[in-house]
Design a protein around this ligand. Sequence first.
Ligand SMILES: *[C@@H]1O[C@H](CO)[C@@H](O)[C@H](O)[C@H]1NC(C)=O
Ligand SMILES: *[C@@H]1O[C@H](CO)[C@@H](O)[C@H](O)[C@H]1NC(C)=O
Length: 274
Amino acid sequence: MVKVSLKTIFLSLFTAITVVADTQVPINVEKRQNAGPVSPQLMQMSAADVIPSAPVGPSVQALAAPAVCGSLTYDFSTQTTLGDLSVEWNPANVKILDGSLQMGLTQSAGCTVRYSKQFIKGKAEAYIKMAPRNGAVSAFILYGDTIKDEVDIEWLGRDHFTIQTMYFINGQKVVGDTAMYSDSPDPATGNFTENYHKYGIELTDTEVNWYIDDVLVRKKVNTDPATFPSKANTVKFGVWNASGVDNGVWSGLINWNYMPKIMYMKSLNIQHYC
Ligand SMILES: *[C@@H]1O[C@H](CO)[C@@H](O)[C@H](O)[C@H]1NC(C)=O
Ligand SMILES: *[C@@H]1O[C@H](CO)[C@@H](O)[C@H](O)[C@H]1NC(C)=O
């Protein structure tokens, strides 16, 4: 006897719905448990993808030393260049326009921007509006250059009201600890593609903290250095087409008829703790 599980039926149904309608679909528990990949687009950047950024500042290499205590702000409502931020993937889709850094996802590519200094411990914060609709994933992450520790905030296009938080140890999920989902502390402005919110990731020797509008939404305590992402030492952000992941179940299947798909960043603040 052929057994077709409810899960199979649900997943095919879900895929069919998302492909046709590209509507907002409530996340069920099953999908919430799927943490998605280790930001594959950010990992899989081949040499060909890593296009040197415009000559706007010292090279990443030159700045790779640990930064001293203090805070650096990039305010795209006033500045007209990226400063010492570099575009790691696809400068063509990165613009400063109308008071924000705009990171576009087009049919040919997404983009990734990177902070130049090593981030050892501190807090990375940014005012962001996510790129809308199925398949577009906006990301604001800490990511290790050599040891691939990763701490993420990701906005899955199929759900405009939720962020996914996640972390990885050298590219691996920690057994028993997985993605979590958080909504806006202020439901009235809970549409993350419509409204800017301030998102923060804080990494210290003892904790990782994730924030929305200064409200703590997740905490990971360092109880065992083997499962603590202490080497997530750069800051990256951008947008990518994730509709290939898990047949679109994770982020939704992209529909290129709905354009533009832009992740907006009004400002970025990086605080280095002493
Ligand atoms: C969220 O905001 C976007 C952009 O303004 C809008 O297109 C979308 O309809 C909104 N979603 C809901 C459910 O209000
Ligand atoms: C985007 O995802 C769709 C669906 O998986 C795929 O067909 C397409 O090739 C992807 N485009 C890019 C640029 O990765």
